[in-house]
Write a protein that binds this ligand. Structure first.
Ligand code: AMP
Ligand code: MG
Length: 346
């Protein structure tokens, strides 16, 4: 298959029309959003939906998110929608926020990996919204990466994983946020944060103070345990390099990272240290990469940096842990998973 690539900056109409036509005719399209790139299909075309799982190598019980551009679509596909959910939609849509609601059964269960719920999001990215509108469809899409690999935050990375496997790739520049959407479930009495993202727990609680956090956000699900969000089961966001996270008191973190670094070097392998810009001077003379000036920049750069580690042939990525509130909760969630929960308390 030949992949048609469009740069939306210079090929706005051509690219979006090609994407919309491809969706409407049952093909897959990779498209930009403010969170990460998505690989999308018509929500009502079961064969196209199945194709997403095949092309990604995604386990069939890991559900997809339905992307909409119109508030009224929620009532068409979901039911028993609590007021708390409506308040949150009003507050955070369009944006990096996904709600899990009871499905009306209009859309196939296969979209939700066999569950009787549906995850729904209204993205704010202009290109994504326009693609949905022009296709006239609701678009189901997971992140545009081969299953288990770090999510894609640029079209270049999508090409790495999917050139020749997906007919259309739309390039909308770098994803603004860089982490997947916040997922919050409204199927119980109170909202439950299943996956942290650009809309933080603090923001959710400012609307609905009773919002709780799934245990799976920062801890590993035991084998055999049933997670609220099936995506939590899988190894995720993983580069080929091993990843370790070191957290705790500043000085101790620095010392522990240095000793792990030298241990790795001594074995003949290639370690690299990932830390915020303001800490980089601690590791002078060692191989160090700055994740950014603050948590926003770190979120934006994280997945690309994990990909870069592989391009450079790094064997071990040593992460300085970040604070676990605000956007730091989402960053911690991703790096803990990338590390397969190899977390060292210094
Ligand atoms: P991705 O778009 O690749 O980030 O994957 C979507 C993620 O959203 C899944 O891995 C789940 O964790 C979550 N999700 C989607 N649908 C549901 C659902 N019906 N119930 C719970 N979590 C869901
Ligand atoms: Mg994903």
């Amino acid at each position: 298959m030949i992949t048609r690539y469009y740069d939306l900056k210079t090929q706005y109409n051509e690219g979006l029309n090609a994407g919309a036509e491809a969706i409407a005719s049952g093909q897959l399209v990779i498209f930009p959003t403010e969170t990460v790139y998505g690989i999308g299909a018509d929500s009502e075309n079961l064969e196209a939906v199945r194709n997403i799982y095949i092309v990604k190598g995604r386990p069939s019980n890991n559900p997809l998110i339905v992307h909409i551009a119109d508030f009224s679509d929620v009532d068409r596909i979901a039911m028993d929608i609590p007021d708390k959910a409506r308040k949150m939609m009003d507050a955070f849509w369009p944006g990096p926020f996904t709600i899990v609601l009871k499905s009306r059964g209009v859309l196939s269960r296969e979209i939700a990996g066999g569950l009787d719920t549906l995850a729904i999001r209204m993205p704010s990215n202009e290109y994504a919204r326009e693609l949905i509108k022009r296709s006239g469809k609701m678009i189901v899409a997971p992140s545009a990466n081969i299953s288990g690999r770090p999510s894609a935050t640029s079209a270049r990375v999508c090409m790495e994983d999917f050139e020749g496997k997906v007919p259309v790739i739309l390039d909308g520049g770098e994803s603004r946020i860089g982490l997947e959407s916040t997922v919050c479930s409204f199927t119980g009495e109170h909202p439950v944060l299943l996956r942290p993202g650009g809309i933080t727990l603090e923001m959710l609680r400012s609307i609905e103070p009773s919002t709780s956090v799934s245990r799976a956000v920062l801890t590993q699900i035991a084998p055999g345990e049933r997670p609220e969000s099936p995506g939590m089961l899988y190894k995720h966001y993983s580069p080929r390099a091993a990843v370790k996270v070191v957290r705790g008191e500043e000085d101790k973190v620095e010392n522990k990272i240095k000793s792990l670094y030298h241990e790795e070097l001594g074995k003949g392998f290639r370690p690299v240290i990932y830390c915020p810009s303001f800490n980089a001077s601690r590791y002078e003379g060692l191989s160090v990469r700055e994740t950014g000036e603050d948590l926003n920049e770190t979120a934006h750069n994280l997945f690309e940096m994990l990909r870069e580690a592989d391009r450079e042939g790094v064997d071990l990525v040593l992460f300085e842990g970040v604070r676990e509130d605000g956007l730091g909760l989402a960053i911690s969630n991703r790096i803990f998973r990338a590390a397969g929960f190899d977390i060292i308390d210094a």
